[in-house]
Design a protein around this ligand. Structure first.
Ligand code: ATP
Length: 214
């Protein structure tokens, strides 16, 4: 199975990297593709430019075989819909390759507001990772959606997509929002993200003005 982790990566941090590695190891993913989005649909636009966010992803994963930076959403331009991204990947990889979309529980809670969520969930398996402070819904439409598709063991993730699996991951209460705030306040970012990314933020003077605060 090929894993996909989409995000703003504004900036990428250990909360993305360690959890992606946990999922990769637990499910034996051949590859995890990190896809910086171009334009956000459901949230304020990122502060760092698309090129800077891609560069930070590349710096973060440079020494890890099996982690791949994928610029396809940036190259496509415009608003980034996961439906289009998966369609594009299916064209590249064919219809039979299992795809696993890694999603933190915060991002998953908005899933039904995505464009064509049922179609997205048919095109890939949803690999949910619990993020500190965010639980899976216990009732309502999204909870029912989970119940219908949830499988208890990785071996049950048969076929190219359509199932949901809940993967326990290292709990890291790190968010890009918090990192931008720290940078803005002149506080250090060490040990929260890879050192080359920290140095890049410093040398580019990223997140020092107020536009990145929200
Ligand atoms: P921001 O604070 O700007 O919203 P973020 O830290 O949530 O950013 P994103 O790039 O928006 O980072 O997240 C991309 C994906 O990674 C989402 O699916 C999100 O749930 C997941 N993710 C981010 N941080 C963590 C974490 N600490 N633990 C588990 N999943 C995470």
């Amino acid at each position: 199975m090929i894993g996909i982790l989409g995000g703003t990566f504004d900036p990428i941090h250990f909360g993305h990297l360690r959890t992606a590695l946990d999922v990769q190891e637990a499910l034996g993913l051949e590859q995890v593709r990190f896809l910086p989005l171009n334009q956000a649909v459901h949230r304020p636009q990122p502060q760092a430019s698309p090129t800077q966010r891609l560069q930070m992803v590349q710096l973060a994963i440079a020494d890890r075989p099996g982690f791949v930076a994928d610029a396809s959403e940036l190259q496509r331009g415009g608003a980034s819909y996961m439906l289009d991204t998966l369609g594009h990947l299916r064209q590249q990889l064919g219809t039979d390759t299992p795809l696993g979309l890694l999603l933190g529980t915060d991002a998953f809670n908005d899933f039904l507001s995505w464009r064509e969520p049922q179609q997205v969930a048919d095109l890939c398996h949803l690999l949910l990772m619990t993020r500190p402070g965010y639980q899976l819904p216990q009732q309502g439409e999204l909870a029912e959606f989970v119940t219908q598709r949830l499988r208890q063991a990785p071996a049950e993730l048969t076929g190219p997509g359509g199932r949901i699996y809940l993967q326990p991951v290292t709990q890291l209460a790190i968010s890009a929002t918090d990192l931008r705030q720290r940078a803005h306040q002149g506080r250090g970012l060490a040990y929260l993200l890879p050192e080359p990314v920290r140095q890049f933020i410093q040398s580019e003077g990223l997140y020092s003005d107020t536009t990145g605060l929200r």
